[in-house]
Write a protein that binds this ligand. Structure first.
Ligand SMILES: Nc1nc2c(ncn2[C@@H]2O[C@H](COP(=O)(O)OP(=O)(O)O)[C@@H](O)[C@H]2O)c(=O)[nH]1
Ligand SMILES: [Mg+2]
Length: 347
């Protein structure tokens, strides 16, 4: 039901896949005009969410499954070389050296009892599932607060604005009143891009002039959401300022200012990470969590990478709940994270 309205709008063309921008806190070239455009969101909904997830994970699956099959081909028993190659395979998929080694320790111990390579694959699947399961926690129920305020943070280009657009569209589709606040005032094109998403989603939109104080925009956004009886508020933020310290200070100021108008808000601080940056995403998460405090994660662009193993690494190393995974550019490609489905799509 959630996507019926979206399917109606579906024009049926494949979205173009864009090259991911580098996710970095370093100052970079001025934003290009293209940042103001929002990619075509419509893609044929082939076979529902699981099919989309599977398709989005194709690159990672190619490494894990194809190579795994090669590894097992013609073998009837498990040998040391096979286990060693399996470990390498896991590391290639960016599961992380430490996680891969821990997984292999368990798998090797169990392998002694199993014998067949097929069973080995099953053990691996189950062990990965165990690691992922520990990170599954749905976002807090939005109904508990009115409005429910979600601040979205992350470095430049990871997909914050797109993620807000997709989440907003989904919630509006479920009958919620949603307001989006443009607190990324650092880049001229950022507000325009967010405005386009808000319009598409059917969400209210609060903005100020370029270079306005982001905390002031956020404050006005909360004010407006109270006056207009909104259910959910998304606050988009900048991912890059002149320095890392500046950025962290700005984000903290937004948090404080929002709390002044609405105690306990923001109720969620969602960190968006770009899967194509691999292990760098972990470093980003640690940095933001130390400074700002994160309540949950969204991991985007899994479709653009063979490093889908990063999901396992993130769940294992960060102990932060992974709420959403992005496996493409259309609205349905941002999915609530489901560990069992993820592992099934992967293998
Ligand atoms: N392929 C793919 N691209 C994505 C995904 N999420 C975001 N993007 C793209 O990443 C680029 C940067 O996104 P944007 O939302 O502007 O990032 P922001 O700077 O963090 O706000 C855009 O071209 C998005 O379309 C995803 O899950 N898959
Ligand atoms: Mg943005």
């Amino acid at each position: 039901m959630a996507f019926d309205w979206f399917k109606k709008k579906n024009k049926g063309q494949e979205p173009e896949t864009k090259q991911p921008e580098p996710a970095s806190l370093e100052p970079e070239a001025p934003p290009q005009a293209q940042e103001a455009t929002v990619e075509e969101e419509a893609a044929p909904a082939k076979g529902g969410l699981f099919a989309r997830l599977k398709r989005g994970l194709a690159k990672t699956r190619e490494i894990l499954t194809t190579d795994l099959e090669d590894l097992f081909k013609g073998k009837t028993s498990i040998d040391d070389q096979m286990l060693e190659e399996l470990e390498e395979l896991l590391i290639t998929s960016d599961i992380g050296v430490q996680t891969a080694m821990e997984l292999m320790k368990i798998v090797t111990r169990k392998a002694a009892k199993i014998g067949s390579p097929e069973a080995l694959k099953e053990v691996l699947k189950q062990e990965i599932l165990k690691l992922l399961d520990s990170a599954v926690a749905p976002p807090p129920p939005a109904e508990a607060h009115k409005p429910h305020v979600i601040m979205v943070i992350g470095v430049n280009g990871v997909g914050k604005t797109t993620t807000i657009g997709k989440l907003a569209a989904r919630r509006v589709g479920q009958g919620e009143r949603v307001l989006i606040v443009a607190a990324d005032t650092f880049r001229a094109a950022a507000t325009e891009q967010l405005g386009i998403w808000a319009e598409r989603a059917g969400a209210d939109f609060v903005r100020h002039k370029d270079n306005a104080d982001p905390a002031a925009v956020a404050y006005d956004g909360i004010e407006a959401s109270l006056a207009r009886h909104m259910d959910t508020v998304f606050i988009d933020t900048a991912g890059r300022l002149h320095t890392k310290v500046n950025l962290m200070e700005e984000l903290k100021k937004i948090q404080r200012t929002v709390a002044k108008r609405l105690p306990d808000a923001p109720h969620e601080t969602l960190l968006v990470l770009d899967a194509t940056t691999g292990q760098n995403a972990i470093a980003q998460a640690k940095m933001f969590h130390e400074s700002i405090g994160i309540t949950g994660l969204a991991l985007t662009k899994l479709d653009g990478t063979a490093k889908g193993g990063i999901v396992v690494s993130i769940c294992q190393q960060l102990k932060l709940p992974l709420h959403y995974v992005g496996v493409g550019e259309s609205i349905e490609d941002l999915q609530p994270f489901d560990a069992a489905q993820f592992v099934n799509a992967l293998f």
